[in-house]
Write a protein that binds this ligand. Sequence first.
Ligand code: FES
Length: 185
Amino acid sequence: MEDQSSEQIYGLSTPSMHQLLNEYPLNQTESREIIDNILHSFEDVPGGLMVILNEIQSQIGYISQPIQEYISAILNIPVSTITGVVSFYSFFTTKPRGDHTIKFCMGTACYVGGTPQLMRKAEQILDIQTGDTTPDNHITMEVCRCVGSCSQAPVVVVDEQLYGRVRPSKIPPLIRDIMKTYEDS
Ligand code: FES
């Protein structure tokens, strides 16, 4: 029923749309309503795509490939355009994030300054790959572009807090500090 109403609203009735509507989180009524409301509210505003992506990121928590394809079908924008925007801005993510995010700057100064070694250290400790979230959902590891503090390379950003001139030996205490917040609660 939910699928039909959406198809009526947008005049869409294609097998690929049916497939999309069976994909998580589009197959959840609540998520679909949130996404549809955002699309309705902002599709005609100037710069609407950025506003829509921002709202979906904020309210759903990520913009997965099925969500990108859904936006593309509804707004009649090439999915490659949407994917380009989502992958350019580090604020956007295609997968759900954990409670805390550790971002490793991969700008040139940081890369040369040792970001890959920092990432390897964190991957060993957390037993995940960069881009993934720990199974307990506590920490997500991500890369980001230059954050404008090249003089402090290599830079790591934990949630909103920036750490400069980070050495691999600094990674274990950084992670311990995050984990402490769970012990205290
Ligand atoms: S390259 Fe990392 S802050 Fe600029």
